[in-house]
Design a binder for this molecule. Structure first.
Ligand SMILES: *Cc1c(COP(=O)(O)O)cnc(C)c1O
Length: 385
């Protein structure tokens, strides 16, 4: 096997386009100089389009979790009650952050592998009018579920004034997000998933309503103070030294997304999801999520006649291909394939063909070529490329 080849098919970090790697290797520049301001000024409107907002999208230096914590400390005032929709381990993270700040938190538990029904959040809020903020993942990376965020937002608004805070770390940039139109109050993402960058940047935007709340919130905060970040970004700068190399990369990523066209980017992700799902359906290997709940960025598979960890080990040894395991109670029963960011239908044909061999070697019953063929048919029928 080639020792210097690895094929990263996990739901983050994801592969980095060569032009983005080249952009990131540019010589260092001063963060208060004109070149940095010019770069931020070029980045700002493009980031807003990805978020679907007219609001400022702030750029933090930190992994995705730094933006989750930023959302919690800026939006929830001391003494207020929050609710967290937990559809998997990343929903749990929001709950843990709230608990770390001693915020009274209700957990809305959903079976792993399923999305939350909008009617459920409505009923919950009718019973709990004290809730001031609802936290939800958009794509729940641990299961590959895409929560119906637009529907959840309108269900919440029918019965409550609570703000909706959305963790879109594993899908924004790969899945359409219309923050303003859907009425999302805070939207957060990170750099190492659909944004095709290394970890190290996090992005956060807030609605008009949320900004009112943030302005009046006396909870102490410093590095993660959103007001400081907004006061600076509107002047094309940041309150602290930004990760300049990552900004070089981000500028190129946004160029690439606009060259392809955001609609095309989203269609490519849906196509890769369909190809992957149809391959496993054809092979008779069960998927964790229903077609309706599935995310275009990550697919979870729950095999019955072979062991997921054995399969993953074979994929790594034979092909240098990283496939993610399940998380927590699903660690040994599920594997997850990332298909987001710098990933194409051709990459998925490669992955599916290799996975058929991995399944066979792990002891699963497969008819070789059946998954590839199903994916090819999806491509021919749906892909107009
Ligand atoms: C990856 C991820 C995060 C952020 O994790 P970090 O390791 O802090 O970057 C948060 N939420 C979701 C849904 C994720 O997939």
């Amino acid at each position: 096997m080639l020792t210097d080849q690895q094929i990263l098919r996990i739901p983050g970090p994801t592969p980095i386009p060569p032009s983005v790697n080249r952009a990131m290797s540019q010589p260092m520049i001063g963060h208060r100089g004109e070149s940095t301001s010019d770069m931020i000024s070029d980045i700002r409107p493009k980031l807003k389009r990805v978020f679907g907002t007219e609001q400022e999208v702030m750029i933090l230096t930190g992994s995705g979790t730094s933006a989750l914590e930023t959302a919690v400390v800026n939006v929830v005032a001391p003494g207020e009650t929050a609710a967290v929709i937990v559809t998997g381990s990343f929903g749990e993270r929001f709950a843990k952050i709230c608990e770390a700040y001693n915020i009274e938190t209700h957990i809305i538990e959903v079976t792993w592998g399923e999305a939350l029904e909008p009617s459920a959040i409505k009923e919950f809020l009718q019973e709990h009018p004290e809730v001031k903020a609802v936290f939800s993942t958009y794509c729940e990376t641990s299961t590959g579920v895409l929560n119906p965020i637009a529907e959840l937002a309108s269900a919440i608004k029918e019965v409550s004034e609570a703000l909706l805070i959305v963790d879109g770390v594993s899908c924004i940039g790969g899945v359409e997000t219309k923050m303003d139109e859907w009425g999302l109050d805070v939207v957060v993402t990170g750099s190492q998933k659909a944004f095709m960058l290394p970890a190290g940047l996090a992005f956060i935007a807030a609605s008009e309503r949320a900004w009112k709340k943030i302005g009046a919130n006396p909870r102490p905060r410093f590095y993660l103070d959103m007001k400081k970040h907004r006061d600076n970004i509107i002047k094309d700068t940041t309150p602290f030294t930004p990760a300049i190399s990552l900004l070089f990369g981000l500028q190129q990523v946004l160029r690439l997304m606009e060259e392809e066209g955001l609609e095309e980017v989203y269609a490519r992700h849906r196509l890769m999801m369909e190809m992957t799902r149809s391959a496993f359906n054809a092979l008779g290997v069960p998927l964790l999520t229903s077609g309706e709940d599935a995310s275009p960025t990550v697919t979870s598979v729950q095999p019955t006649d072979f062991e997921a960890p054995v399969f993953r080990k074979i994929m790594k040894q034979e092909f240098g291909m990283d496939i993610a395991g399940g998380q927590q109670h699903m660690a040994k029963t599920v594997f997850r394939i990332g298909h987001m960011g710098y990933c194409s239908p051709a990459d998925m044909l490669q992955a599916i063909a290799a996975m058929e061999i991995g399944i066979a070697k792990a002891g699963g019953a497969v008819e070789l070529g059946k998954g590839v063929r199903a994916a090819q048919e999806i491509y021919l029928n749906e892909g107009k490329r």
